[in-house]
Design a protein around this ligand. Structure first.
Ligand SMILES: Cc1ncc(COP(=O)(O)O)c(C=O)c1O
Length: 274
């Protein structure tokens, strides 16, 4: 059956060349000859996220979340303090950012170098901390946790920017143990712009609505959850009197001619006559 091709002039996920789409189609069932589907592993993750979690697609990259986490969650308990495990440069940056908004307790003796995870027996967790923060895989230093930290019921924040989807995460199983309550990840897609693509935040519903009053509205998880992550103006924005067509590299000359034809028809149909 002959298929009609729809031309995408959207500024968001832009048009991809046909050859790229065909390659992706081929690899959907068998990625790089490995016999597994990337899509399949992604679906596994979704299946494992319980209904009482929100999945947010945000801007600002991992660094944005270094601020968003304390702004949203350090006020969960009245002491306004948080426990941090600092095992590399990313968690060090996150802890430094959190210091602006509350009291930060580094739970283990200071590390001379970032080469291993300090033994949990050396940790001093504060039971009145609003959350415990760790970076699951320190990308720069190459230090990865092979276990989920036990926090005795305190909210756990995991930066999974560089190991998300590298293995299944059974969020529901750990939820039962009341430890794995939140995680954030980011996709450095490079597709949308030269910096990080979209940051995925998976957050348990009852943790929404505790943001500090100084939290910028775009970083407020509750606001973003209520707006289906669309607080910012969507790329295909249509205002009164205007429509946007984006002409990126993969949009062909024929596509552009089709757009011009459509614009002429549109003009004829909608032109105001005095
Ligand atoms: C583990 C981890 N966390 C946070 C970040 C910071 O992300 P961004 O550069 O998007 O702010 C990175 C970046 O590579 C990272 O690898």
């Amino acid at each position: 059956m002959e298929q009609k091709q729809t031309i995408n002039f959207g500024a968001g996920p832009a048009k991809l060349p046909q050859s790229v789409l065909l390659q992706a189609q081929k690899e959907l069932l068998n990625y790089s000859g490995l016999g597994i589907s990337v899509l399949g592993s992604d679906l596994c993750l979704h299946r494992d996220i319980p209904d009482n979690y929100k999945v947010l697609f945000l801007q600002g990259g991992g660094s944005g979340q270094f601020s968003a986490v304390p702004l949203n969650l350090i006020g969960l308990k009245e002491d306004r303090c948080a426990d941090y495990l600092v095992t590399g440069t990313w968690s060090a940056k996150a802890a430094k950012e959190a210091e602006k908004y509350g009291k930060v307790n580094i739970v283990h003796p200071k590390l001379e170098s970032y080469t291993k995870i300090p033994d949990p027996s050396s940790w001093t967790l504060n039971p009145s901390a609003s959350y415990v923060y760790y970076c699951c895989n320190e990308t720069v230093n190459g230090v990865e946790y092979n276990f989920t930290p036990e926090t005795n019921g305190v909210v756990l924040i995991s930066d999974m920017s560089s190991n998300f989807l590298s293995r299944p995460i059974d969020v529901s199983k750990v939820t039962v143990k009341q430890i794995f309550l939140f995680l954030f990840v980011l996709f450095q897609t490079g597709v949308f712009d030269s910096s990080a693509g979209v940051t995925v935040v998976i957050v348990r519903e009852d943790l929404l609505g505790h943001a500090l009053k100084e939290c910028p509205i775009v970083l407020d998880y509750k606001v973003q959850a209520e707006m289906n992550s669309l607080y910012n103006t969507p790329p295909c924005f249509r205002s009164v009197g205007g429509m946007r067509a984006s002409l990126y590299n993969a949009v062909t000359l024929e596509d552009t001619a089709a757009l011009a034809d459509y614009m002429k028809v549109f003009l004829k149909e909608h032109q105001l006559t005095n």
